[in-house]
Design a protein around this ligand. Structure first.
Ligand SMILES: [Zn+2]
Ligand SMILES: [Zn+2]
Ligand SMILES: [Zn+2]
Ligand SMILES: [Zn+2]
Ligand SMILES: [Zn+2]
Length: 244
């Protein structure tokens, strides 16, 4: 909503001030009546009004245009202090390049780069903070392979860490062995069922063969009896022939 006029070095033309916030135009737009406003200011104004706050002429968002080029140039050339002046930044540069400076300004407050750390700190002090940040982490110096947060440094116990790891591995192993056992058992079970089925089929076939055989045996016996009968009859006939 405009750049605080106090930040500017030297005279600022009245025409480069926003009619709404009275500060120096930020991201300016111009109405057909040639009054200029910060984009945020005029958009906010037009939510509840439909005229120019300066001269009451009717305006509409669709009628807003970029600032005249010569005005834009004048605006861009204005010199101003960095917004971090109160924290010690002595930078003065053109409005055009102030954003770029402020993004990299050593006095800007930035969050600590360590995950979990909520500290906000001036960019120039970040390095010093990182050296003592409670959320900085490092590899365990005793070689257990764990990354330890500085805040947990004193509680870190390689043996305990490794023991929990071991417990985890052990229970995982037990799980896997159980699974393999189950798998094996179910496979054996199905094989067994299959064998039992086969056995009963074979048993039936054997029974069938046995009964066929006994039928054949009785056939043979009756054939042999008939044969014996036949031979006796022949012998009888032979005898009778001789007696004649
Ligand atoms: Zn404004
Ligand atoms: Zn106007
Ligand atoms: Zn600065
Ligand atoms: Zn930190
Ligand atoms: Zn360790």
């Amino acid at each position: 909503m405009g750049y605080d006029i106090e930040r500017f070095v030297g005279y600022v033309n009245e025409g480069l001030l926003c009619s709404i916030c009275r500060d120096v135009l930020e991201d300016p737009l111009q109405a057909p009546c040639e009054h200029a406003f910060c984009t945020a200011c005029i958009h906010g104004w037009l939510v509840h009004h439909s005229n120019c706050p300066e001269d009451r002429q009717m305006i509409d968002v669709s009628l807003l245009r970029p600032l005249y080029r010569y005005m834009k140039n004048d605006l861009n050339r204005l010199q101003l202090h960095c917004k971090n002046r109160e924290y010690g930044c002595e930078m003065v540069c053109s409005l055009e390049s102030i954003d770029r400076h402020e993004r990299e300004c050593e006095y800007s407050q930035i969050p600590c780069s360590n995950a979990g750390c909520t500290v906000q700190i001036e960019r120039r002090n970040l390095e010093g903070h990182l050296a003592v940040c409670e959320y900085r982490s490092r590899e365990c110096p005793n070689g257990c392979g764990y990354t330890i947060l500085s805040a947990e440094d004193t509680q870190h116990n390689c043996v305990a860490e490794l023991r929990t790891e071991l417990e985890l591995l052990r229970s995982e192993m037990i799980c896997r062995v159980e699974e393999a056992k189950h798998e094996m058992e179910s496979r054996l079970d199905s094989q067994r069922r299959h064998m039992v089925q086969k056995e009963s089929i074979l048993q039936n076939e054997i029974e069938e063969l046995k009964s066929q055989m006994s039928r054949m045996m009785s056939d043979v016996r009756s054939l042999m009896a008939a044969e014996r009968q036949h031979r006796q009859e022949l012998e009888q006939a032979e005898l009778e022939k001789r007696e004649l």
